[in-house]
Design a protein around this ligand. Structure first.
Ligand code: PGA
Length: 251
């Protein structure tokens, strides 16, 4: 089965609109050369989405958000709805990132509602799952991801799941420089694919300290279809190198 790779830049809470414009200027020519081999998406803070949209106009480089709210509109101060992201042409949206789960109380039930809202707008959810350090040490990795996958995605049809993107991100590997072992990540992702129907066809990314130096090792694994990249996506040249190294292995 051939699944087209995807490398998504999760900028988290970094970059103003001016910084975003400068990044895309530097990123766009190299990224357009890589697009025949791989999908690429930029996921900036909400305030930068319009800048990204304009700066990427005329390319097939994707963009999207890092979170959304499931109601279309209403008295929900501070929220941005999936419908609003759709109106801005977003192709992707992260759901259930571990920072949102840990710092902002996002639950699997909220994850499942956000996924439904995004699918209704034709936006591809990038659903994050992964175990904490304690769970990892306690040998609970598979149990934890199985629970997140079944609680977050259990309500969907197989065909809907096939069109999702899942990101396996061990929490202990995020922003620490301590990436998972590629073999081990491959095994965990193989397990995720077996949890529910449709996930064998879905793209599953690895995330957690993916760098230009280790991207090829991860992408050489049969179950890993690319990366969700935080720190190494903040510099255009570094991220291009990472995408190039990773996409090479899937060509
Ligand atoms: P990192 O972050 O690449 O900085 O580890 C990944 C993520 O949080 O999605």
């Amino acid at each position: 089965m051939t699944r087209r790779p995807l490398f998504a830049a999760n900028w988290k809470c970094f970059k103003t609109p001016d910084e975003t414009r400068a990044y895309i200027d530097a990123f766009r020519p190299g990224a357009e050369e890589l697009i025949p081999k791989t999908d690429i998406a930029i996921l900036p803070p909400f305030i930068d989405l319009e800048t990204v949209r304009l700066a990427l106009d005329g390319t097939t480089i994707g963009y999207g958000a890092q979170d959304c709210y499931w109601e279309q509109q209403g008295a929900f101060t501070g929220e941005v709805s999936a419908a609003m992201l759709g109106a801005l042409g977003c192709e992707y949206c992260i759901v259930g990132h571990s920072e949102r789960r840990r710092l902002f109380g996002e639950t699997d039930e909220m994850v499942s509602k956000k996924i439904t809202a995004l699918l209704a707008e034709g936006i591809t959810p990038i659903v994050c799952v992964g175990e904490t350090l304690d769970e990892y040490k306690g040998g609970l990795t598979l149990q934890r991801v199985m629970q997140q996958v079944s609680d977050g995605l259990g309500h969907l049809e197989d065909g809907e799941r096939a069109n999702l993107v899942v990101a396996y991100e061990p929490v202990w590997a995020i922003g620490t420089g301590l990436a998972d072992d590629p073999d081990s990540a491959n095994r965990t992702i193989g397990y995720i694919r077996q949890c529910l129907g449709g996930l064998d066809e879905a793209r599953v990314l690895y995330g957690g300290s993916m760098k230009a130096e280790n991207a090829a090792q991860f992408c050489a694994q049969p179950n890993i279809d690319g990366g969700l990249v935080g720190s190494a996506s903040l510099d255009a040249v570094t991220f291009l190198k990472l995408v190039e190294n990773g996409a090479e292995m899937r060509a």
